[in-house]
Design a protein around this ligand. Structure first.
Ligand SMILES: Cc1ncc(C[n+]2csc(CCOP(=O)(O)OP(=O)(O)O)c2C)c(N)n1
Ligand SMILES: [Mg+2]
Length: 353
């Protein structure tokens, strides 16, 4: 063995394709999967609008909308098998809901609950993660542990373009590749990390190119093309399950809304840029294709909207109810033995520490 010897199979192409992978308009529609993707896109769009409205009513502390990115969200949720795990960031509530989380449960953290609002083990969805990229080493750890135990599990970790500059991203990808962990990393490159555009984030040709240095394949996909994202993720997850190691997928997409309800995006991006991406709305693109193929009628579209309204009503009802708060929870699970200051504060609340 020489120092220059690589452990990567030379037959595996690591370089991302020069153009993002696309399926819409280039292959015949799948009559089962594509309408399913469409229904979830309609529901996802409505979910984002409803959650944002709930922040204005003070029912939700903050909401990072994924409007414009729903193709990535929906494809991520549907590509996973029942035994697989999802490791989402704060923007990935839709992926978690599509995976099967009750719509209101996915908002627990964003409402300000001290716990995540759901049982991660029951749904195989890790808590939504706010510290950037820290979900990725956790995803790799779970994937590696599953492999050591002989469990047939693949893991999907979601991260943003800004998150790829974090140390945790590097550590996760390095460990994943060295261990050949059954994990897939999906970077939703939505062009911005709050107000920081991609050009100030990285000098890499694409974010998918980052895979090469770790010794895993990098795949580039059109993030507005739901069938294409689903296709790339399904293949990468199958590859992971087959013991062939991790994949880094970059989906090129756009956040049509502001970073959160607390952000004013007009301060850092131009109207015409937003308009150009609106013209590539993932929901419109898929809807047009389905109608052209005769796979979506006005009645079918109305059904999808009605289903989305039911989800929105469920959210309003669940978040409209005042939560039963216990002030003592503020002091629980902090220290095994409370500090004198915390004990004093708990007494002031009328709570035994
Ligand atoms: C470790 C860490 N540093 C900084 C922040 C503050 N922060 C929250 S969101 C964000 C931008 C992240 O951008 P990106 O990864 O592209 O994800 P997006 O919000 O676009 O989905 C930053 C810097 C944080 N949450 N965690
Ligand atoms: Mg971003």
């Amino acid at each position: 063995m020489t120092v220059s010897q690589l452990s990567v199979d030379p037959a595996v192409a690591l370089l991302p394709e020069p153009e993002p992978h696309r399926l819409l308009g280039s292959v015949p529609p799948d009559p089962v999967l594509w309408p399913r993707l469409h229904r979830e896109l309609v529901r996802g769009r409505r979910y984002n609008a409803q959650a944002t409205a709930l922040t204005r009513q003070g029912r939700l502390a903050v909401y990072p909308s994924s409007t414009g990115q729903e193709a990535c969200q929906v494809a991520a949720g549907l590509a996973l098998g029942p035994r697989d795990w999802l490791f989402p960031s704060y923007r990935d509530t839709l992926a978690a809901v599509v995976r099967g989380l009750p719509p209101a449960a996915a908002l627990g953290l964003l409402r300000g609950d001290w716990h995540t609002g759901y049982d991660p083990r029951a749904h195989r969805v890790a808590p939504l993660c706010t510290p950037l990229a820290t979900q990725l080493p956790h995803a790799v750890g779970l994937a590696h542990a599953a492999r050591l135990r002989g469990d047939d599990v693949a893991v999907l970790g979601l991260v943003g373009d800004g998150g790829t500059s974090e140390g945790d991203f590097h550590e996760a990808l390095n460990f994943a590749a060295v261990w050949r962990a059954p994990v897939v990393f999906l970077v939703q490159n939505n062009g911005y990390a709050i107000s920081v555009p991609l050009a100030k984030q990285t000098a890499a040709p694409t974010l998918a190119h980052k895979a090469i240095g770790y010794g895993m394949p990098g795949r580039l996909v059109d993030g507005q093309d739901a069938p294409a994202v689903h296709d790339v993720l399904t293949r990468a997850l199958a590859r992971a399950r087959a013991g062939e190691g991790p994949t880094l997928v970059e989906a090129v997409t756009y956040r049509l809304d502001a970073h959160t309800n607390a952000d004013d995006a007009t301060r850092y991006r131009a109207e015409d840029e937003v308009a150009a991406w609106r013209a590539r709305d993932p929901l419109d693109l898929l809807e047009r294709e389905l109608r052209r193929a005769g796979l979506l009628t006005d009645e079918g579209a109305a059904d999808a909207r009605a289903e989305a309204e039911r989800t929105a009503a469920e959210l309003r009802e669940a978040l409209g109810a005042d939560p039963a708060l216990r002030p003592a929870d503020l002091f629980a699970h902090v220290y095994a033995t409370p500090t004198p200051q915390l004990a004093e504060q708990a007494r002031q609340f009328g709570e035994a520490p």
